[in-house]
Design a protein around this ligand. Sequence first.
Ligand SMILES: [Zn+2]
Length: 479
Amino acid sequence: MLSRRLAAFAASAVLSTALAVPPDVVAAATFDAPRGSVGIGDPYFPLDGNGGIDVRSYDIHDRYRFAEGRLSGWTAVRLTATAAISGFNLDFLLPVSRVEVDGRRVTFDQRHHELSVDAHLAAGETVRAVVRYSGFPGRYSYEGESNWLADRHEVVAMNQPHMAPWWFPANDHPLDKARMRVSITVPREMQVIGNGRRVDRTVRRGLATTTWAADEPMVPYLAFFAAGSYEVAKGTAQGRPWLVAVSRGLGTAAQREAMGLMMQTPALLHWLEGVIGPYPFRQVGGLTTSLPVGFALENQTRPTYPFMGDGPGAVRTVVHELAHQWYGDSVAIAGWKDIWLNEGWATYFENLYVETHGGATTDDRLREQYAGIPADDAFWDHEVADPCPDHDRCVGPIFADFVYERGGMALAALRNRIGDSAFTTLLRRWAADREGGNGSTEQFEALAEDVSGEDLGPFFDAWLHSTTKPADTAANGLG
Ligand SMILES: [Zn+2]
């Protein structure tokens, strides 16, 4: 995500109305096996994800009515029990009317973000749970976020760290990637854009159902759809299909600028591939919405952007979101405390793009920031690798400026410390070795030590685990 230039999070924090849901909302009935837990175990968001299940795929079928803001439909969740359980939870906000497991209706309970489904599953058993629902996603908030983004002409499901619970029931955490197939029904004069590739469009009377499918599993928040009126361009570059879309709601001049920016996507991706190595997905693209969203987001294969013009800052934002395709999407974080691994890398690649296109080097940028931000500035007050230590209302802290900027500085300093060659090996191996998986700060530090052959404990303590400004030393990459 990139919000710092657009300042959306301050605004969304004001809308904070999330209900406090105690973690024991699912009182176990007298079953022989325990229920899967209400969270996957991430202390930043205790209700995110769920225990006892591993989702394989989501097959989402939603209809959206623009005039009322109502979303209704059903999602088939194919999941495997990771232990013997008497029930499992999914994360979802809209009212549910019916749940079936392998075709049989089952009982369920729903309290705010937690949908609790009664189903006895043996360890390793895989079932297809179908959840039917209907509601007004604009009325719901969770963890201080009111994430539904729509007007009467356009809707875009895009947010982080949470978005799925507003439009499909999910095991909503980066640790559980799954395949996504998304079918959206809207009036036939509208278009629908999603992740991956469009596989079907069926028109029935006044409505059209458009289906998108992504070839590679993804984290639930990276699934998106947009519906409205779009100018679409597509083609093939380096043998890879690309598709970009720009909302016609922007008006002619802005639409032309936005399309010019989106059309740079294949070339910017090619530049990133030259630095990082093979792009991890089969499709690429981007979408610019006319909706007043204050941030861009790295939806897998198809990042979404607000209107940004087509200047150098806008190009850097596209680089940022495309860098996330490796750092954040393909290699997802293990927990939300590790978010600097996404944002630090995306920031570093923005700065590297500037360096390789006639601007300041990453070292220039590092030294300028280091010199410009005094030791008593609040910028240094929190640990980069644990930005929300009190585990309270973590959405704001995980996207705080220091996570991006000190994360990017730490990587620029690491490049100074271990040298270009080891640093390049590190960034490539982090992306390649963990492609399609997850990674933690601890694992990243271990790889950096392995690649460089150096003891980097004090370096990482200074840059990632400290609440003070690192000392100006060669050991810290600053000498
Ligand atoms: Zn980002």
